[in-house]
Write a protein that binds this ligand. Structure first.
Ligand code: TRP
Ligand code: SF4
Length: 404
């Protein structure tokens, strides 16, 4: 939902897993880099989330955090546009997470697909913990505390954003009906003026009584355009419109990024757990060596055997890195045995190394002077905290924990 009077906010986080690879770049970072130009963007290191599964390796955290932030900067995230911060440096996330946990039914958490999946996958770890079950509650707090309207995530995270919406709805329903809510909402409608007020009431009725989606859209647009309502009144009316309470925490939407398939050096999906990655800041000599050794169409044993690009992982990399001209050269040359696999890999090697060269250059000043990175994060944390603190002041008020 669009928060009245504010630029739309985008928020996303990444667990600090250390050096990032080309899969992260094409799947996530390129998207963040685009979004930072269009939205008020907040990107953060989810260090507490990392602890839910890696609580037994606290010593590695710090290095992973700084390596990852440098990779973000190397990839082209611009700290002048986006606020970059670390979750644990904004302790308000923990407070909101705790408050949300009060109203989140256990069943909702047990049904989140990643809960059982990860327990299956990480069998060697004891994930029957309170913290791990609460992972999506903490994630909801991360999102809701910034009143983010858009959350760019991969497919695996969509259920978490859905749960965030449900938690927000429940929260607003339980805490957004302060005494006199209806009276105040009616009074706010009057402030819209006779004509707009009547139109709004009609549209609200059409939505609440008959579920007409178009009426809801129109009424929201009408609200958005109101100039003589306070933000408080608008929030109240957004909630009133949908038949609920005041919208204290707006529901976010997932922004699904379609990630291209980036194969790793062994042909399987690129992933740290398969140990088959090309890191953003790998050494070019090593990258070239690794790519030359990458498996190709297994049927192509000899240079004279024709191959089939559609089953070759190298060709998947061409789909990410090469234009139509190179790709048709590959398809033709491979199927006729006109080119060898090393010929085929050469333009790829060049494109990847060229892309990485720019990343090395961007990273250089930060590696040489790590206070630059620390300052960027300090700045981002400050911006994040100021938003988070505002939200929490309101949340405490509605939950009833602001005592004077
Ligand atoms: N759970 C996310 C992941 O594993 C990381 C994350 C934590 C996140 N909090 C978030 C992503 C808030 C988006 C919004 O990728
Ligand atoms: Fe794969 Fe290229 Fe070799 Fe064909 S020529 S098998 S596409 S590496």
């Amino acid at each position: 939902m669009i928060v009245p009077g504010q630029a739309q906010r985008v928020l996303s986080g990444m667990r600090p897993t250390g050096r990032l690879h080309l899969g992260h770049y094409h799947g996530v970072l390129k998207n963040w880099i685009e979004l930072q130009h269009e939205y008020d963007s907040f990107f953060f290191v989810a260090d507490w989330h990392a602890l839910t599964t890696h609580y037994d390796q606290p010593g590695e955290m710090s290095e992973h955090v700084w390596d990852m932030v440098i990779d973000w900067l190397a990839a082209g995230i611009d700290p002048g546009r986006a606020s970059l911060f670390i979750q644990s440096r904004v302790p308000e996330h923990a407070e909101l997470s705790l408050l949300l946990s009060m109203i989140t039914p256990l069943g909702w958490l047990e049904r989140v697909p990643s809960y059982k999946d990860q327990q299956e996958k990480l069998k060697e770890k004891d994930l029957a913990t309170h913290g791990f079950l609460g992972y999506p509650v903490l994630q909801s707090a991360d999102i809701l505390i910034y009143r983010a309207s858009l959350v760019p995530v991969g497919e695996d995270q969509v259920p978490h954003v859905e749960l965030t919406r449900e938690i927000a709805r429940r929260f607003n329903y339980l805490f957004g009906r302060d005494t006199g809510f209806l009276e105040k909402a009616e009074a706010a409608v009057k402030k819209m003026g006779k004509k707009a007020g009547r139109l709004f009431s009609g549209l609200r009725q059409a939505y609440v009584e008959r579920g007409e989606q178009a009426a809801l859209d129109k009424a929201q647009a009408l609200l958005e355009a109101q100039r003589n309502l306070t933000i408080g009144d608008k929030e109240r009316l957004y909630g009133y419109l949908e038949g609920g309470g005041r919208v204290i925490l707006p529901e976010p939407e997932a922004l699904l990024t379609d990630a291209p398939k980036v194969p790793g050096l062994d042909g399987n999906k690129m992933s740290k757990s398969y140990n088959n990655t090309i890191a953003l800041r790998d050494d070019p000599v090593q990258v070239e060596k690794n790519l030359r050794a990458m498996p190709t169409d297994p049927a192509r044993k000899r240079r004279t055997d024709p191959g089939e690009p559609s089953i070759c992982p190298v060709f998947d990399l061409h789909k990410v890195y090469s234009g139509d001209d190179v790709r048709s050269w590959v398809e033709q040359g491979c199927r006729t045995a006109g080119i060898g696999c090393l010929d085929c890999k050469q333009p790829l090697i060049e494109s990847i190394i060229k892309e990485q060269l720019q990343m090395h250059e961007r990273a250089k000043p930060y590696i040489e002077d790590t206070t630059l990175v620390r300052n960027i994060i300090a700045d981002g944390c400050e911006r994040a905290r100021s938003v988070a603190e505002d939200t929490m002041a309101e949340v405490r008020h509605y939950v009833g924990t602001d005592y004077y």
